[in-house]
Design a protein around this ligand. Structure first.
Ligand SMILES: CC(C)(COP(=O)(O)OP(=O)(O)OC[C@H]1O[C@@H](n2cnc3c(N)ncnc32)[C@H](O)[C@@H]1OP(=O)(O)O)[C@@H](O)C(=O)NCCC(=O)NCCS
Length: 324
């Protein structure tokens, strides 16, 4: 008989054992995942979040952890995606029917007063864990964005582009980059109902472009230009996954991170994105990165083809569900 309840500190050892069992199970599916995902559970206890457990005849079979309410307004994407949400982690004991456990635990999160007025729930799950994905879909989640990784073992061979130059951005490029970014976000929003664009989209993009173009050793803003006009950009940087930072997305090491990319609408599918990726790849290689990762919307009909074409393999998906 399945039951759910709020966890107490007395449950921590059992929670840790269950989350480890799930993580080991995920490891067999995908060896690139980090070894320990227990941190959010601890955070939920100490930092105003919540953790619920599901039990089957007294045996713990599931854990759902909600980190405290998170506002995109506090992040770099403030004006692009002004929504609040709960960040969730779900661990189900391998071998147990997933859907009833997920449904029982989600009912707890839905009625939790600590969720306040959030717009929705975001839940990170490994892509290769198909059973978990099916359970999430059954309880109303849909893929929101996917984190895909490219191991630096394969470099794309971009065809030479007539009359198009690639260079690093300067301060004068912030306006054109912001314009391209806003165009790209409108495209994203048209393919992803969870995205709500801010009325101040262009201002937000300008602020974002300024940050991405800041003169820092650990990031680059690369542009493609033709006849003096900026037609595309790739904003990239380094992402250090540390052994003592949990939860990590990938095994510890130095990774390349592709923050934002866009090609002007009337210049797409002409090889410009591939050429910019090749320039980005060369910069990453010079920094000694062991792999590159990117966030893309699986509902975006272009990027869901573009990144696999460049050797990226899906690793994690953030699933979204509107609050009920
Ligand atoms: C995604 C984007 C950066 C790709 O740049 P691009 O210059 O258009 O891409 P390329 O011409 O280099 O295409 C490389 C490959 O990607 C795939 N691809 C690109 N556009 C595609 C489309 N419209 N439909 C299907 N596949 C497509 C193809 O496999 C293509 O190779 P092919 O033309 O030999 O078949 C650009 O289209 C863009 O800005 N799109 C809108 C905003 C967006 O989606 N941003 C992505 C954020 S993750």
């Amino acid at each position: 008989m399945l039951s759910t309840r709020m966890a107490t500190l007395a449950d921590l050892a059992a929670i840790q054992a269950l989350t480890r069992a799930r993580t080991m199970h995920q490891h067999q599916l995908d060896p690139r995942l980090p070894e320990d995902l227990v941190l959010p559970v601890w955070l939920a206890f100490v930092d105003g979040g919540a953790t619920w457990v599901a039990e089957n005849d007294g045996r713990m079979v599931g854990v759902l952890c909600a980190e405290p309410e998170y506002w995109y307004e506090e992040s770099a994407f403030s004006n692009v995606f002004p929504r609040s949400y709960l960040r969730l982690r779900l661990y189900i004991l391998p071998g147990v029917a997933e859907e009833p456990v997920a449904a029982g635990l989600m009912a707890r999160a839905d009625s939790w007063p600590g969720a306040g007025e959030v717009d929705g729930m975001m839940l990170l799950a490994p892509c290769r864990d198909g059973a978990l994905g099916e359970a999430l879909a059954a309880v109303g989640f849909a893929p929101y964005h996917t984190i895909a990784i490219q191991p630096m073992t394969w470099r794309p061979a971009a065809a030479p582009l007539d009359g198009i130059g690639i260079r690093a951005a300067t301060r004068r490029d912030i306006g054109p980059v912001a314009g391209l970014m806003a165009e790209s976000w409108r495209f994203h929003a048209a393919h992803q109902p969870a995205i709500r664009l801010s009325p101040c989209l262009l201002d937000g993009c300008e602020q974002q472009a300024r940050q991405l173009g800041a003169d820092r050793d650990d990031q680059r803003l690369l542009l493609a230009e033709q006849d003096g006009e900026v037609i595309a950009f790739f904003a990239i940087g380094l992402n250090i996954q540390q052994a003592n930072t949990r939860p990590g997305l990938f095994m510890p090491g130095i990774y390349g991170d592709i923050f934002e990319v866009a090609v002007r609408e009337n210049r797409r599918r002409g090889g410009v994105g591939t050429a910019l990726f090749e320039a980005a790849w060369a910069w990453f290689a010079a920094q000694g990165t062991q792999a590159v990762f990117v966030n893309y919307a699986p509902t975006n009909p272009i990027s869901s083809r573009f990144w696999p074409r460049l050797g990226f393999v899906d690793a994690w998906t953030n699933w979204w569900r509107d609050r009920r």
